[in-house]
Design a protein around this ligand. Sequence first.
Ligand code: NAD
Length: 280
Amino acid sequence: MECKEGQVAYITGGASGIGFGMATAFAKVGMKIALADIEEGAVTKAAQALQADGADARPFVVDVTDRKGLAESRDAAISAFGGINLVCNNAGVNRAGHISEISYDDWDWVMGVNLDGVINGAMTFVPELTRQGSDGHMINTASVGGLVGMPSLAIYNTAKFGVVGLSEALRADLFDAGVGISVLCPGLVRTNLNSSERNRPGNEDKDIQAPENDTLLQGMDPMVLGEYVLAEVRAGAFFICPHPEFRGVIGDRNNALEAAFKGDAPQETIDMMRAMVNPF
Ligand SMILES: NC(=O)c1ccc[n+]([C@@H]2O[C@H](COP(=O)([O-])OP(=O)(O)OC[C@H]3O[C@@H](n4cnc5c(N)ncnc54)[C@H](O)[C@@H]3O)[C@@H](O)[C@H]2O)c1
């Protein structure tokens, strides 16, 4: 997708971090921005900041786990802007912890936002993106945690692997319609992700802070990431992997997977499987 002046981006989790970084990059090239987020105060301020820089940006308060609310927000954004070209299913939360320390309540919350939220985004926006054809694109924010499992990240890994799988399936399903799909798999980015509990349903403490030793403070600037994503979408990338320091770890996983296939199959059946799954 070109990402050009007048096209419209709808970004969940747009009030903070990576979502706001992408919104800023898209606004700079003249795109109109629908910022969608569960945090009303933050999303209002974020939209005002983009407007102050001359962008046509509007806030939408929405919880990505609320299918009806998401559809209403889509319709409101289409009425405001006339259509939607680019959807970023980006809202996310984290609850790290060893498998022995996490609860079903933790699973339900993190899977609900990080995987169901992206499923809801796909189901809600695919008809509009299909209408846009080759001017339509979807970016799903996964993580390097969607490409390799890590200690104390069971829920996050499960959800993010799901986002990668969903994105690969969408890429195959929407290929003929001309709709582009990208899956964003960052490493560490300097965001508010480690204070996710602020958005946990039932949590009254909305000012909750990340721990002092927050590792994300060493991460990439989300504004730099936003520019990186813009360039990769324009280049037609499916996988967007801005952190080359993970190449070794993920390469080791790929090698282990390849080594697990023992023996040979006739070339024609190998080719048949390739054709069936829309190869990279
Ligand atoms: N920060 C990192 O290092 C990193 C790395 C890889 C992937 N990611 C992913 O990037 C995405 C953005 O996270 P971030 O790091 O910018 O964190 P962030 O906390 O700065 O931003 C997340 C945004 O999502 C919103 N949100 C949370 N729950 C929501 C809900 N139910 N409905 C709508 N909005 C909701 C929050 O209010 C917030 O504005 C997430 O999917 C996250 O998993 C982050």
